[in-house]
Design a protein around this ligand. Sequence first.
Ligand SMILES: [Zn+2]
Length: 141
Amino acid sequence: MHELALARNMIEIVQQYAREHGADPVKTISIRLGELSAMSRALHFCFGAASRGTLCEGATLHIEEIPLTVYCPGCDENKLPMGRYSFRCMDCGIPTPKIITGKEMELVSIELTQSREHLAPKLDRPAHPQGQSTHFAFQSV
Ligand SMILES: [Zn+2]
C-alpha cells in the first residue's frame, strides 16, 4: 500500500497549497518520478480513489518519468546502467553504485481552476496568474 500512502501524502500537500490560494479546486498536478521508484502506474491508479472528496478530485495528474542514470568511475561520466537492478556501466561493465538520477519524487507544479465564486476581487491576496507553478519535493512514507 506504499503507492496509496504516497498518493495521499501528495494530495495532502497539494490541498494545503490550494487552501492557501483561495481553496479553488485543483486542475492539474505535475510531478516527476524517478524510474527507480517504479511507481508511476500505481500512483496513477491510486490517485482517483485517494483524491475523492478532496480539492484534488478530478484533477489531471501528469507524471514525468526520470530515467535511471549512474556515475561510472571507469568512464568518468554519467551512464545508463545495464538494467534497473544491474548497476553496472553499459559500456565498460564496472559496478556503478552511485545513482545520479532515477530516485526523484518531486512535485513540479500545481494549477488551480478559478471557480466563478472566487472572481470577486480580494485585495489581501493577489490573484494567481495562469500556469503559476510551485517547486517543492514531497517525501514518500
Ligand atoms: Zn563505464
